[in-house]
Unconditional design. Structure first.
Length: 451
């Protein structure tokens, strides 16, 4: 409806066509309608029910304009590639679960982390290595003086040859792509018939990585407690002595996954009791093949080193979905073209919108020509349109003069092309550069004559 000075009764009659709740509609209209505003009520829609309309018109008029301007700006930004690759990362990503592995020694995860330099005798231990049984979360950790593949191979062989340790040679050995697992370590595992599975990120060895955090939490507490008994210049660096003690405590502590300790589940095959808190991949749109997407970047993946605040969160290059893998109670994994070796979950992909690269280039080049010739601010308190005819261009150009000053000169499109068909703005830039002085002089003459 258009409130152009209609009476109160006329407004109520019009509102009666949309709803039977005339009382609530009359209260809203009587309180929130303003003269000269174009308002349409369709109370069949949920966003136009009386409460929604009341909330919408309770907002001040200036704030409504600001909200509309932000929404319009957001739509324009969504079509720019530079804005897309710097979007925020998702708060939650549903990765693949290892709960389907229920066989002992079917798959092991291994990872290494640097620790404080602990000197024991003639050795200085710098790293902690851990091997985890995925099915039972059983832990076996050991200390290393360096990250060479030779020392890693000796430590792994010593653990798997120990008859008192429940760790036996697994079918799959999941590690990252570090050099410590190459060379002699790789040859040793392959000689036993173990299949090595390399991951492209730390998410593939999340169980072993979280175990490091659990150990560091207790080890550094011990160091802080010992610091109180030392002088101010000394710091405790001991963690090697508590390595085996911490492993025994962890393996005898019940876990939330199965409700009992890893030592109790070594001889048992049990299902995991923890279920997903929400349906996995239900009510999620399936991205078909050949869909153009951006994928989430790992820290330092694009430029190397540590992640910086100015790094992109999403890949600058647009990739195409090659295939996808659907498995029960597992997130859908998407494989991309261009020989990317890892798969991505739905949350780690961002669907590429229809980017208007030509409009970005056109806007930048037009701004360059416009601001080169336009330097004068015109003080007028009205909004008007000025149409200037150019005989050389053979068309009409529309110029918009903003309130209080000329904020920007917009060349929207050729209003009339006299039957010659549509033209691209970029084709007219050379001619526009030659005749823009003549056009602007005509505009300024009109302005000064009006003043």
């Amino acid at each position: 409806m258009f409130n152009g000075g209609n009476s109160y009764q006329d407004v109520i009659k019009i509102a009666g066509h949309y709803t039977d709740d005339v009382k609530n509609a009359s209260m809203i209209i009587n309180s929130y309608l303003r003269k000269g505003e174009f308002i349409v009520f369709d109370l069949i829609r949920p966003e136009d029910d009386p409460l929604a309309i009341c909330l919408r018109f309770n907002t001040p008029l200036n704030l409504q304009k600001e909200i509309k301007a932000r929404q319009k700006c957001k739509k324009k930004l969504n079509k720019q590639a530079l804005h897309q690759i710097h979007k925020l990362q998702p708060k939650f990503i549903q990765y693949a679960s290892f709960s389907s592995i229920q066989t002992l020694n079917k798959a092991h995860q291994s990872d290494i982390t640097p620790m404080s330099h602990d000197k024991v005798g003639n050795h200085i231990y710098k790293y902690r290595e851990v091997i985890k049984i995925i099915a039972t979360r059983y832990r076996c950790s050991f200390a290393l003086t360096d990250k060479s593949s030779a020392q890693m191979a000796k430590a792994i062989q010593k653990i798997y040859n120990d008859l008192n340790d429940p760790l036996n040679l697994p079918k799959d050995f999941i590690v990252d792509r570090g050099t410590k697992y190459m060379g002699e370590c790789r040859d040793l595992l392959l000689s036993y018939g173990v299949r090595i599975q390399y991951t492209n990120s730390k998410h593939g060895i999340a169980i072993a990585k979280s175990d490091h955090q659990e150990f560091e939490k207790h080890a550094y507490f011990w160091q802080d407690a010992e610091d109180f008994h030392l002088s101010l210049t000394d710091r405790s660096r001991t963690w090697f002595k508590g390595l085996c003690i911490n492993d025994n405590i962890f393996n005898n502590t019940p876990t939330l996954l199965i409700g009992m300790s890893p030592n109790e589940t070594v001889k048992k095959a049990l299902k995991g009791k923890v279920e997903h808190r929400r349906p996995v991949c239900y009510n999620k749109p399936l991205l078909p093949s050949y869909t153009e997407v951006w994928h989430l970047l790992e820290p330092g993946e694009l430029e190397g080193g540590r992640k910086r605040a100015t790094d992109c969160n999403w890949s600058p290059e647009v990739f195409t979905i090659d295939s996808y893998l659907i498995k029960e109670n597992q997130p859908i994994l998407y494989k991309l073209y261009n020989d990317l070796r890892c798969s991505f979950a739905f949350e780690a992909l961002w669907k590429a919108l229809d980017l208007d690269y030509m409009s970005e280039k056109r806007a930048c080049r037009l701004d360059h020509w416009i601001w080169r010739y336009l330097r004068l601010k015109l003080r007028y308190e009205f909004l008007t349109y000025i149409v200037v005819k150019s005989a050389h261009m053979g068309s009409l150009l529309k110029f918009i003069v903003y309130k209080k000053f000329v904020g920007k000169l917009l060349l929207d499109h050729l209003v009339q092309d006299h039957g010659k068909g549509s033209y691209n703005h970029l084709d007219y830039l050379p001619q526009l550069a030659q005749h823009l002085d003549l056009i602007l002089s005509n505009i300024f003459a009109i302005f000064f004559s009006m003043s």
